[in-house]
Design a protein around this ligand. Structure first.
Ligand code: NAP
Length: 496
């Protein structure tokens, strides 16, 4: 970890006119200011190709903040203080002169804002530019690693496969070093993902049960109701496995399954997460056939509206084989989890938008309530990640007024209900952590490497095998094969 308590810095956003910057990064900067977390010595330089002035860029930034900030009313005094620190620079990423001019401009801003040479370079750009920008920053002497600090934030996807990820990593760490490289997985910035460690390790009631003796299975689902929207070109080369499983889903799995770290330092937590990735069972060709299900959404009507199938989306091939849904059954081969299946599922155009982790506990012995047994619900602990953040425990009780009629009830902690709109958003928290020099909430190279190994194994065996797609309707819970995956084990998905 590279702790440096001086948060003073210039944030340089490559891709400053893009969707991510407008919807997430600019609102995050305002939110940090609003919460008193933005350093006094701060400036922001956004880079894009559009021909606009500083004032035009500031106007656009204001609109984006108004649309997307978690604070519904913009405090004009705070905004004015940010606005005068925002600058826009137009240049082509291939143009070395652009970086040279940017470098002198940043040096000048250091004098105006006392930012001391500290830089936070955010690559909010398509992956094909990651390496190029990294190399130019190095060539122009913009990464000094002296008394000041320079950090790189890099968006997903980190590589297209293991080999490209290794190449990219080598280049980037040669310039910035691992300690100054912040690989974003924005799920790690989500409130409930941080609560997960607290839930497990700050309560004596859960951790003793958190193992194969008491847990029947764990389900990790992340579903979206939207399709690929305008990202068809990107998605065609990615698919759900690389877009979601390689990063977000495996991150949720590691945090759910890992052992308690020796302390809360970034390296101790990352070590435990890596051990889980190393313990994943081997993915054999038979396993791929049986336990990994692919799907693609087809055309359908929802609320009298025609919904395009994936193959009809812009920049998608009419016979595309790309999966928009994956479900898989996995085992973590260690003492704690021996025999416990982890079912993972993610898809687009699903029935509801939701990310959750469901811990299903084992059934009780069939003695006392044998007559009612078939109707007894399993005990579930549900961690809602988004959009509903919270934790609830589902257990059985006697229906009041009956003799032994057993019904399931919930003990519900709804975080979004209790702390509405005041919980920081993922990008806000992540930006602050980078300024603070703490990389706990970012993916380490080891994690990326093991995740790619896992995913490459599957995608190389999938190869160009032709499938009968599409195989699920938009607005459903995915293909029937995903249900059969659990039915074979006498289980079912909890579509809560
Ligand atoms: N959008 C999201 O919600 C989201 C979520 C997670 C991850 N990401 C990742 O974040 C990154 C950015 O995504 P995005 O959706 O914001 O992309 P985007 O809307 O297409 O924005 C791309 C940005 O890069 C600039 N740009 C592209 N080529 C350039 C060049 N040759 N020279 C100079 N500037 C150039 C564009 O400038 P002009 O517009 O001025 O041409 C624009 O500012 C991607 O890696 C994506 O995978 C995005």
């Amino acid at each position: 970890m590279n702790f440096n308590t001086d948060l003073s810095c210039i944030l340089v956003i490559f891709g400053g006119t893009g969707d991510l910057t407008h919807r997430k990064l600019l609102p995050a900067i305002y939110n940090l200011k609003h919460s008193g977390k933005l350093p006094d010595n701060f400036a922001l330089v956004s880079i894009g190709r559009k021909d606009i002035s500083n004032d035009e860029y500031r106007e656009q930034a204001y609109k984006s903040i108004k649309n997307s900030s978690r604070f519904k009313i913009i405090d004009e005094t705070l905004w004015e203080d940010i606005a005068k620190r925002i600058y826009y620079k137009k240049f082509e990423f291939h143009d070395s002169l652009g970086y040279k001019e940017l470098n002198s401009f940043l040096d000048k801003l250091d004098n105006s804002y006392n930012t001391k040479g500290n830089r936070l370079f955010y690559l909010a750009v398509a992956p094909e530019y990651f390496s190029l920008i990294n190399d130019e920053l190095y060539k122009q002497g913009m990464v000094k690693n002296e008394a000041s600090w320079q950090r790189l934030i890099i968006e997903k996807p980190f590589g297209r496969d293991l080999s490209s990820a290794r190449k990219l990593n080598k280049k980037i760490t040669e310039v910035f070093g691992e300690a100054n490289t912040y690989r974003i997985d924005h799920y790690l910035g989500k409130e409930m993902i941080q609560s997960l460690m607290v839930l497990r390790f700050a309560n004596s009631i859960f951790e003793p049960l958190w193992n194969s003796k008491y847990i029947d299975n764990i389900q990790i689902s992340s579903s979206e109701t939207v399709g690929v929207e305008n990202r068809g070109g990107y998605y065609e080369n990615s698919g759900a496995l690389k877009d979601m499983v390689q990063n977000h889903m495996l991150q949720l799995l590691t945090l759910t399954a890992m052992e308690a770290p020796v302390d809360l330092s970034s390296s101790s937590i990352r070590d435990e997460k890596v051990k889980i990735l190393r313990s994943l069972e081997d993915i054999t060709p038979e396993k791929i056939k049986q336990d990994i299900i692919r799907g693609q959404y087809g055309e359908s009507m929802i609320d009298n509206k025609r919904i395009l199938g994936y193959r009809q989306e812009d920049k998608v091939s009419l016979n595309s084989n790309t999966e928009t849904f994956v479900a898989l059954k996995l085992h973590v081969e260690n003492y704690r989890w021996a025999g416990v299946p982890f079912y993972i599922r993610t898809g687009k155009r699903m029935k509801k938008k939701s990310t959750e982790i469901i811990i299903q506990f084992k059934s009780i012995p069939k003695f006392l309530y044998s007559k009612e047994f078939d109707n007894l619900n399993s005990n579930l602990l549900v961690i809602g990640v988004q959009p509903r953040e919270g934790i609830y425990l589902k257990f059985n009780t006697k229906k009041p007024g009956t003799e032994n009629f057993i019904i399931p009830v919930e003990m519900d902690f709804c975080q979004t209900c209790q702390f509405e709109s005041n919980t920081p958003e993922a990008y806000e928290r992540l930006l602050f952590e980078v300024m603070n020099g703490d990389n706990t909430l970012f993916t380490s190279w080891d994690e990326v490497e093991y995740s790619w190994k896992f995913v490459d194994n599957i995608s190389s065996q999938w190869g160009s095998e032709k499938l009968s797609l599409p195989n699920y309707e938009s607005g459903s819970f995915g293909p029937k094969e995903a249900d059969e995956l659990l039915l074979r084990d006498n289980r079912h998905w909890w579509n809560l």
